[in-house]
Design a protein around this ligand. Structure first.
Ligand code: DAO
Ligand code: DAO
Length: 205
């Protein structure tokens, strides 16, 4: 279980383990419609979680899990997003002409909608604290790797090609970002389903 995994539509390859103990649970593709016409492939992504944290946390869930397989998968995924489990979403850029401005706009739209969903209001200050990490001189050509890592105590670290650009402690921001990738309206349903299946097999191991 250590060979890299390739996202088939983009050919982007993801290591099966990150930071020694974070296992790859699912991969997917973020697309975006531009000018309402064309769908561009923006980046491929991989979702990772710390093996030990996951096992510990799944075993401790209050009230256990539903008998229904479908419900159980949903509960596992929710539990993963809500709890203090170290996780990483790794983005590998496919679209070679991203400007920092369009990243900021996309972020305000996608993350903004989740802050509203989970926090009850559109938390401009928190959004701004995050987007102010994106300095105008940052370049993100095709092949760049951005990692959004949730560390213990809900500290979100952002790195670009291995270099940390900032960190912010916010449970709400962490939850909102994870929701983009493995929430009910994930950018890619397949990624969400892969994560569910992998969690279920960890639980039953
Ligand atoms: O160049 O205006 C344009 C089209 C770009 C679409 C950008 C989508 C950005 C998605 C977020 C990327 C985060 C790394
Ligand atoms: O795809 O809409 C989306 C959300 C993208 C989250 C991207 C975070 C990017 C952070 C680093 C950008 C540095 C310029």
């Amino acid at each position: 279980n250590s060979a890299p995994v390739t996202e088939s539509r983009t050919g982007m390859s993801f290591p099966s383990v990150l930071k020694e103990s974070q296992q790859l649970l699912g991969i997917g593709l973020r697309k975006k419609a531009i000018f309402g016409l064309k769908n561009i492939d923006v980046y491929a992504f991989g979702v990772y979680a710390d093996d030990g944290d996951v096992k510990k946390c799944l075993a401790q869930k209050q009230g256990g899990y539903s008998d229904s397989e479908l419900k159980q998968k949903e509960e596992l995924r929710d539990h993963l997003m809500e709890n203090d489990i170290r996780m990483t979403v790794r983005l590998q850029i496919v679209y070679g002409r991203l400007s920092i401005g369009s990243v900021r706009n996309a972020f305000e739209e996608s993350v903004g909608s989740r802050l509203l969903k989970f926090g009850g209001y559109d938390n401009k200050e928190l959004l701004h604290r995050f987007t102010s990490q994106f300095k105008d001189d940052i370049k993100i050509p095709r092949g760049s790797i951005i990692e959004l890592s949730r560390d213990h105590d809900y500290i979100l670290h952002t790195t670009i090609d291995g270099k940390e650009v900032g960190s912010i402690q916010s449970k709400l921001l962490c939850r909102s970002i994870l929701d983009l990738y493995i929430g009910d309206e994930s950018f890619d349903q397949k990624a969400k389903e892969d994560v569910e299946s992998n969690l279920a097999s960890l639980l039953h191991k």
